[in-house]
Design a protein around this ligand. Sequence first.
Ligand SMILES: O=C(O)C[C@@H](Cc1ccccc1)[C@H](O)SCc1ccccc1
Ligand SMILES: [Zn+2]
Length: 171
Amino acid sequence: LLPILNFPDPRLRTKAKQVEVVDDQIRTLAADMLETMYAAPGIGLAASQVDRHIQLIVMDLSEEKNQPMVFINPRITPLTEDTQPYEEGCLSVPQIFDKVERPARVKIEALDLDGKTFTLEADGLLAVCIQHEMDHLDGKLFVDYLSPLKRQRIREKIAKAERIREKERVK
Ligand SMILES: O=C(O)C[C@@H](Cc1ccccc1)[C@H](O)SCc1ccccc1
Ligand SMILES: [Zn+2]
């Protein structure tokens, strides 16, 4: 399993670089990210979250956890002006959930693991998740959409949880 970076780790703010060649190293990283995502558990994971700053996202929205999707160098364009709110969470911001408004339908263009271009129209949870993951590749977190006061409270809550974990470890 790959370690997941936690907010406010500055490495989460790194902009991911384009993947130049889809080779076995990328395919191995995608497999490791899927394993890490399933174990978290989560329905999406961006390479930025495991401290690999390349444009690679994995997702699986299926119940049986047997429909993995991989997006390399993804580009999205909104298909509507309508936005929809969704109560988002993030594996890099544990125990925090808050409402975020995003475009309701988007078109996604990306490379698959064979390096072939594909396009996908997404709405619902798929649209929310792909936009959430794309933000990670831009060094953006869903907490950036919240008020500065809420963000400060989240920093304090995470720091407190870390102090408690540290005390437990020392005992
Ligand atoms: O940190 C991540 O990128 C994984 C996110 C992906 C996600 C965020 C918001 C909304 C949808 C997906 C989640 O931690 S995966 C956990 C999860 C599961 C079901 C519904 C929402 C979030
Ligand atoms: Zn996230």
